[in-house]
Ligand binder design. Sequence first.
Ligand code: UTP
Length: 298
Amino acid sequence: MKRKVTKAIFPVAGLGTRFLPATKSVPKEIMTLVDRPLIQYAIDEARAAGIKEFIFVTSRGKSALEDYFDDAPVLEQELRRKGKTDLLETLKATTMDSGQIAYVRQHKARGLGHAVWCARRLVHNEPFAVILPDDVIAADTPCLQQMVEAYAETGGNMVAAMEVPAEKTSSYGILDPVGDAMGPSVPIKGMVEKPEAGSAPSNLAVIGRYILSPQVMKHLNAVKSGAGGEIQLTDAIAREIEDGNGVHGFRFQGQRYDCGSKSGFLQATVAFGLARPDLRDELRDFLSDLSSVGYAAQ
Ligand code: UTP
């Protein structure tokens, strides 16, 4: 069934342990890439794809995320008084209409599948997108928009996919494609969570963008803990395949940064910094003379 996708779930309830001690008090999704928190990139991408309802799955300690989307009247007043219209516009672009965002709580970090399931009552009987804010994707056409356009042709379920080196398959959900489909939309006959190198059915890895049928929520009801003792979203999507419902991998155009890892976050910071006209020259000069880096704080 092909339907318009207007709802997106943002699972932001993870513990973010790879960024401890920072994530002891700062939610990972509030960490800043240049001058915007990760969550803002995710929201902008969703808006570009036509999403109208934003569902956050949060947890204890994430209230900074909720505050971020509130109006900031005192700040706005001050910027207006000082004539800082550019900053005022930047700030206004971050506010959301009342009722556009809903928050549900994941009481225990039981995995991505469980986090998505926590939003089941808000999804009703509609297809929905899932965006993981720690996968930041730089693209001419935002990734979810590319997927929504492709989904209008395929219907069913769609997961963003990217080729990874064979030795990295154990870090991803890996797709088992039908035949050797070369186009952007690849029909899938199976998915395996984190297979060891050598046993992976392909090198097409699932990245944090999904368009899913409401049936997936029903499968999540039944899914038991999978790899790592967590409830895996890929297990529920795999059941869609077993039921004969279409699942496509989508090879998006763009560069993905794994901002859930320190190295990926640093790479994204450099790439997004170099893409900014106001920062580019100074940053490039710095990078071209790395002899100064030895004095950075340890
Ligand atoms: P990660 O696998 O990156 O886990 O989750 P994490 O807890 O955020 O980070 P580390 O591994 O401890 O450093 C991928 C996405 O799924 C969400 C996370 O918030 C992130 O967006 N998630 C994960 C949940 O919402 N709940 C969970 O129980 C697990």
